[in-house]
Design a binder for this molecule. Structure first.
Ligand code: AMP
Length: 464
């Protein structure tokens, strides 16, 4: 199947060819005709599936096919794309620009963390397509810099993340500013009760599109766990980067502080690195990402939210320096590699404190991840599990103290303690115990206890 059969005009097909894409991805095959037909859409797709082009291409086609009814001076915003993060907004905008480069449509992107004035100027000139994060969009509306009264198509991209990040009120405010008659496209990687409630409210008899369920989507990615002691992770990471001569590796930590510290340590080890997280200015984040993309730095250390939507073609290596406490985040993280046509490797450095997290992840992805102990970095069997501190007053795992965790030391810390033989990279498949004795229990804040409930309730915002 080729793009030519999907009902897109020649100028769009030419732009697609410029990107080097010849075959539509499954989500594109389904979404493009469905959006062109009209009507609302509920699409389950994670990043890496080609979903951005899935909504951008038909959007461009529709707007080109039916020119705006221009009332008054400037062009009205006809398509509004909302995204949870600045990075994702910037990347979606890049796609709109790339795919629309031969069309006479105008577009811009607005997000917080940068000066509002240039954005107001851009909007004053009139744009057909606006990509925005919700908070800044509302600021601009409040300042009369933009009107949403003529929006014909609304896209909510990564709607689950928007809810995770607490944007539901902003979204509702935006919805109230839109005309009733419009097409709504909702993209979400997961379908929590909250998303379903939003979809019920927002969508009118939507066409359902689902491709590659989230927990099986990353099959192209080779996943591996390296069991290691918590205080030797940094050493092992530098070893892996140097031994493997990794030139571009995205590394995840659980906290902003952890990202900063690791970045400094990698630099001390002679590995060029930068951190990207919510405490960094937008300028610093953009620069770090650009440096990383063009190969000026080898390691980009990120927290989960900051890394949302980071789109790097053919990113070869992702490292979970710390496993996420929300198992879905693991899938999001490893989805940064092995995208579209390329292959990738996702490596997790797992210490005894994280066995419960690992089990939850393996349950979610419905398979055991290969364990490989690296010779020289064998975990010490005498190390006891410790609680994991996520932020101030937020602790998970063994020995969480007052909040009811109760320290119960591992009787059998069996996370691949020894290589089976001493010849370097020794396989130790399925080394993790089925029932780790970490004594890890849901803690006071209920993070683990709420598994299965809407993510907003269990995501510790403090961690990002
Ligand atoms: P997305 O899921 O929108 O984040 O896209 C994931 C990646 O796939 C991006 O790097 C796109 O540039 C790339 N991509 C999108 N569509 C195609 C396609 N039809 N063929 C190859 N790569 C694609």
């Amino acid at each position: 199947m080729s793009f030519e059969t999907l009902g897109l005009r020649a100028d769009i097909l030419r732009a697609i060819a410029d990107q080097g894409y010849s075959t539509p991805t499954p989500i594109q095959l389904q979404a493009i005709p469905a959006v062109l037909k009209g009507g609302d859409i509920l699409a389950g797709a994670q990043t890496g599936t080609g979903k951005t082009a899935g909504f951008t291409l038909p959007l461009l086609e529709k707007l080109s096919a039916a020119p705006a009814t221009q009332t008054g001076g400037r062009r009205p915003v006809r398509a509004l794309i909302l995204t949870p993060t600045r990075e994702l907004a910037a990347q979606v905008f890049e796609s709109v620009r790339d795919y629309g480069k031969y069309l006479p449509l105008r577009s811009t992107v607005v997000f917080g963390g940068v000066s509002i004035n240039p954005q107001m100027m851009k909007l004053r000139g009139g744009v057909d397509i606006l990509v925005a994060t919700p908070g800044r969009l509302l600021d601009l509306v409040n300042q009369n810099a933009v009107s949403l009264r003529q929006v014909e198509v609304l896209v909510l991209d990564e709607a689950d993340r928007m809810l995770d990040m607490g944007f539901i009120h902003d979204i509702k405010k935006v919805l109230a500013l839109l005309p009733k008659q419009r097409q709504n496209l909702l993209f979400s990687a997961t379908f929590s009760d909250e998303i379903k409630a939003l979809a019920d409210k927002l969508l009118d008899q939507p066409t359902l599109i689902e491709v590659a369920r989230r927990n099986t989507a990353s099959e192209r990615v080779t996943q591996r766990v390296h069991p290691v002691d918590r205080n030797r992770k940094r050493e092992l990471l530098s070893h892996l980067i140097n031994q493997g001569d990794w030139q571009q590796v995205l590394i995840f930590t659980r906290t902003k502080h952890g990202a900063n510290k690791l970045t400094e340590q990698l630099q001390d080890d002679g590995i060029s690195a930068a951190a990207i997280h919510g405490n960094k200015s937008q300028g610093a984040r953009t620069k770090a990402l650009e440096d990383f993309k063009r190969g000026a730095i080898r390691a980009l250390v990120a927290t989960d939210i900051a890394a949302r939507g980071i789109d790097i073609d053919q990113l070869p290596h992702v490292v979970n320096y710390e496993l996420p406490n929300v198992p879905e985040d693991y899938v999001h993280r490893i989805g940064r590699t092995g995208r579209a046509d390329s292959e990738g490797i996702a490596v997790s450095l797992v210490c005894i404190d994280e066995i419960k997290f690992l089990r939850d992840i393996e349950k979610l992805i419905k398979r055991d991840i290969e364990k490989e102990v690296i010779a020289g970095y064998e975990p010490d069997p005498n190390v006891k599990p410790e609680p994991i501190v996520l932020g101030r007053r937020m602790t998970i795992g063994a020995g969480a103290g007052k909040n009811g965790g109760g320290r119960s030391a591992a009787k059998k810390p069996a996370l691949g303690q020894k290589p089976k033989n001493g010849n370097g990279k020794t396989q130790q498949k399925d080394g993790a115990p089925r029932k780790p004795h970490t004594g890890a229990k849901p803690q006071g804040n209920g993070n683990r206890a709420n598994a299965g409930k809407p993510q907003q309730a269990r995501r510790p915002q403090a961690a990002n």
